[in-house]
Design a binder for this molecule. Structure first.
Ligand code: ATP
Ligand code: MG
Length: 584
């Protein structure tokens, strides 16, 4: 009884794909093997949606003792670049996953070609010389059967000759395509003689000038899975309708290969799950590429980008991303996940990871009038109260320090617990100071405060007898003027104004009949980036290596930007200490 219950609990906590895998393995399908693949097209950088697919493809393989390969789906030479291949490999590894093999769909171009020739000889494929528009019109609708192409029954010899011609470099793109001869009245529109090959006289990254006829996605993906021995082909929901065609082409390929294993064994099975869709985030590489090309963002790794590289530069850790992906899970229906959930995962993770440092973003000077000129003390600061092993570092303290402008009010509101004339505050890791009542500050001609005057209580440094003296005021962060390092700090807001930019873009394009870029330009939040150039950080923060995880005390989590140079640090704000995304 007990055990049965436990089994039930275990089964319930598995997502529907894992349940299917467990059942398939138990039934001994595919000889009890599990093999998955992650199949990106190298036409852009990976985004957070891909992390969801990666975690599943690599995750289940690892969990159930299978293998997972990386396969570049490189069937469209117009958009593919080596830079993308390299970035994809880098990002997968950074997320903590390792593939067993790297394959390319282009590895199968010859095999697919031979298979297509076989299908032509079988009378199951033909060259259609109609225009794309004619083909579309003849396709019919969901309620009306399509009509046959006039080229549908041309002789095999002619088809073979024209197929060769398609690949010769002489054929004009769009002048002819190879189509599967299935059924122009089929209820599944994808079965109405789907395209198998098109002409593109464009050199390919890996196969060079060898091919001018390229296979379509539907004629490539399932066969690639089959040839590699993939058992579970996991993809997103928009492929549900493609599954029957996927299966048909695999059946045909098995026949072509003389694979006599029972049809239902030894074959890849496609299962679909919901795409990641996040509030205030627009995914899809095509849109992200447009942002880069239009200069709307600085690069693929702009910290406002929802790319893996953008999130990395923003300061999200791979652990935080994986934890978030794990939390949202896999389903069979579309949903919009809250960005706040992602940020809360990041915040939880950085709380245990980030090194605490002091930084003042909007500095104003404080002079401690009773502190001896020329004296400097070394104080100890804890690096991470969540992890003792991270140790401590020293900070210098002397007569002049920077504090945040907003931490002082000359005429303090009643509830203001920070620095004000006659009021006391504690300086983090240092002393209690009191603001002068007679002459609290100096101002410039415009009335801006330039200097604040305080005295310090020499008995109140931590470890001293007066250290625990209770005061009403808060503890403020500060940076020592003498050794402070000037820093640039970049603050980020949402890139988009609308909560659901995907739907918003579709609505604008529909209403204005405009292209994606025109729509996107109207959707941008004008305050997505704010650059502060007059900040000060303690020297310990300034020498941190690129991509270090930091907490600027009392402000938020920050990351060392890759633009940082020795003596000229640049920081990105990762996320605030508290949730600011919640709806008002
Ligand atoms: P995009 O439209 O952003 O270019 P894609 O689906 O064309 O995405 P591919 O490189 O073809 O990108 O995708 C590789 C894998 O990642 C596919 O299995 C795809 O289903 C998956 N994937 C892409 N976007 C998402 C997403 N938002 N959520 C989950 N998986 C995704
Ligand atoms: Mg794509």
């Amino acid at each position: 009884m007990e055990i049965q219950n436990e089994e039930k609990v275990e089964k319930k906590s598995l997502n529907f794909i894992e349940q299917k895998i467990v059942a398939d393995l138990a039934e001994g399908k595919n000889g009890g093997r599990l093999q998955t693949r992650f199949p990106p097209e190298p036409n852009g950088y990976l985004h957070i949606g891909h992390a969801k697919a990666i975690a599943l493809d690599f995750g289940v393989a690892k969990k159930y003792g299978g293998t997972c390969n990386l396969r570049f789906d490189d069937t469209n030479p117009t958009k593919e670049e080596t830079e993308y291949i390299e970035s994809i490999e880098h990002d997968i590894k950074w997320l903590g996953y390792q593939w067993d093999n790297v394959y390319y769909a282009s590895d199968y171009f010859q095999e697919l070609w031979d298979f297509a020739v076989w299908l032509i000889k079988q009378g199951r494929a033909y060259i259609d010389e109609q225009s794309a528009e004619q083909i579309a019109v003849q396709k019919g609708t969901t309620t009306k059967a399509g009509t046959n192409s006039p080229f549908r029954d041309r002789p095999v010899e002619e088809n073979l000759r024209l197929f060769e011609f398609m690949n010769s470099g002489q054929a004009v793109p769009g002048s002819m395509v190879l189509r599967a001869k299935i059924d122009m009245a089929h209820t599944n529109m994808l079965f109405r003689d789907p395209l198998m090959y098109r002409v593109m006289n464009i050199p390919h990254l890996r196969t060079g000038d060898k091919w001018n006829a390229y296979p379509m996605y539907d004629f490539t993906h399932g066969q690639s899975d089959y040839l590699e021995g993939v058992t579970h082909s996991l993809c997103t929901l928009e492929f549900v309708e493609h599954r029957a065609l996927y299966d048909l082409f695999v059946d045909w390929m098995k026949e072509y290969k003389g694979d006599t294993t029972p049809m239902d064994d030894n074959r890849p099975r496609q299962t679909e799950f919901n795409k990641l869709n996040l509030s205030y985030i627009l995914l899809s590489k095509r849109n992200l590429l447009a942002l880069v090309n239009e200069g709307i963002v600085n690069a693929w790794d702009d910290p406002r980008m929802p790319t893996i590289s953008g999130f990395r530069r923003r300061g999200y850790s791979p652990e935080a991303i994986n934890k978030f992906i794990d939390k949202i899970g896999y389903t069979t229906y579309d949903a919009l996940n809250e960005m706040a959930l992602m940020e809360s995962a990041v915040r939880d993770d950085l709380n245990t990871r980030a090194i605490r440092v002091s930084a003042v973003l909007d500095p104003v000077k404080v002079v401690l009038t009773n502190y001896p000129e020329g004296r400097t003390e070394e104080l100890e600061a804890v690096n991470n109260p969540e992890n003792e092993a991270d140790g401590t570092h020293n900070v210098q303290f002397s007569r002049e320090i920077w504090i945040e402008r907003e931490d002082f009010q000359e005429e303090a509101e009643k509830k203001f617990m920070r620095l004000a004339p006659g009021k006391e505050v504690r300086l983090k890791n240092a002393y209690i100071i009191k603001c002068d009542e007679e002459h609290p500050c100096d101002k410039d001609a415009e009335g801006n405060i330039t200097t604040i005057y305080c005295t310090y209580d020499p008995e109140t440094r931590s470890g001293m007898p007066g250290a625990n003296r209770k005061i009403k005021g808060k503890t403020l962060h500060w940076v020592n003027c003498k050794d402070a390092v000037k820093a640039e700090v970049r603050l980020y807001g949402r890139l988009w104004k609308d909560e659901n930019p995907r739907d918003e873009m579709a609505a604008i394009r529909e209403a204005q009949q405009c292209d994606a870029v025109t729509a996107m330009k109207q959707m941008l939040n004008p305050e997505s980036l704010k650059v502060l150039t007059d900040c000060y950080v303690e020297p310990f923060a300034a020498q941190m290596p690129h991509l270090s995880y930091l907490q600027f005390q009392r402000i938020g989590y920050f990351n060392v930007d890759t633009d940082s140079k020795p003596g000229q640090p640049v920081f990105n704000k990762t996320v605030g200490l508290k949730d600011t995304w919640q709806k008002k």
